[in-house]
Design a protein around this ligand. Structure first.
Ligand SMILES: O=C(O)CCC(=O)C(=O)O
Length: 284
């Protein structure tokens, strides 16, 4: 597929419309990415893991709990990471064999304050304005409301240059240059997708119930990912995943040879009995 083209998916799904909204407004919402069974499976998978930790800093959220490496914690998480509708949208922004960069559940408990507004690809030090080097997905497992901490976005800020970003961060940007914040109110099962250049953050949870959601973030295949999935996910688990998910986890080659394993394709490491060449070829 040509870079920037929109892949074909079921005719009823308007991937091109979502891509257009992301380019124009900086975000889009896809309702129904998870059905009721998937939502139930999502909850069942993370509930035993919740209730033990809190964020270690204001960014993670001190009244927020995150479950990292979500993709490898059950089938439903693999499905949502590589849903064909989502891959069609992502393929319009990122080069073939783009990677999963981060995958975690985010449970925002009542009383949590708003997360500081930020961009998700700020650590890739390529000057702005620029095309996104990453695309973020935020998914709703509970309904997202303005009261319970729905993600807040500043539409159009994906086009901001470095000067505007810095002035905004330092509180120097005139108020009339800052777009009205939009809470991403959406029903459970929906996702919001936006380029990594868009200013956004989790909202404050002023409700009486936790807000369960998740983020899956994707990046160009020539960039370092936030989570190191090669080390985090045992190879036998990767071997049992769909080829699209394996590719997202880095078991793919970016032309001409980024990602090779001792001059061979990384997917070969998923064969039973594979041993590294440096072990096989060891000289006594
Ligand atoms: O949970 C959310 O609504 C957004 C979280 C977020 O933006 C982040 O942690 O980078």
């Amino acid at each position: 597929m040509a870079d920037g083209a929109v892949a074909a998916v079921k005719p009823a799904f308007d991937a091109g419309g979502h891509v257009r909204r992301m380019r124009e407004d900086g975000y889009t919402i896809v309702e129904g990415l998870m059905d009721a069974d998937q939502i139930a499976a999502f909850r069942a998978g993370v509930e035993p893991l919740l209730g033990h930790y809190r964020g270690r800093n204001d960014f993670e959220g001190r009244t927020t709990e995150r479950v990292y490496t979500l993709v490898a914690r059950g089938k439903v998480y693999e499905q949502i990471v590589s849903d064909p509708r989502l891959l069609a949208i992502l393929g319009a922004f990122l080069k073939p064999n783009f990677l999963l960069s981060a995958s975690h559940a985010i449970c925002i408990y009542p009383g949590e304050k708003a997360q500081s507004l930020h961009t998700d690809d700020a650590f890739y030090l390529v000057p702005r304005p620029r095309p996104a080097l990453a695309v973020s997905v935020i998914g709703a497992v509970d309904d997202f409301t303005a009261e319970n901490g729905a993600t807040v976005v500043l539409p159009g800020t994906h086009r901001w240059g470095a000067d505007e970003i810095e002035a905004f961060r330092d509180g120097r940007l005139p108020k009339d240059k800052i777009p009205e914040p939009v809470p991403l109110v959406m029903p459970a099962g929906s996702i919001a997708a936006f380029p990594g250049t868009l200013v956004h953050g989790a909202g404050a949870n002023r409700s009486k119930a936790p807000r369960l959601g998740y983020t899956n973030q994707y990046c160009e295949p020539w960039l370092r990912t936030q989570e190191n999935f090669y080390l985090a996910v045992p190879r036998d688990r990767v071997a049992a995943m769909a080829p699209e998910t394996q590719s997202l986890l880095g078991y793919s080659i970016t032309q001409p040879f980024l990602g090779m394993v001792t001059a061979s394709h990384p997917a070969k490491t998923l064969d039973p009995g594979w041993t590294p060449a440096i072990v096989r070829q060891a000289v006594e």
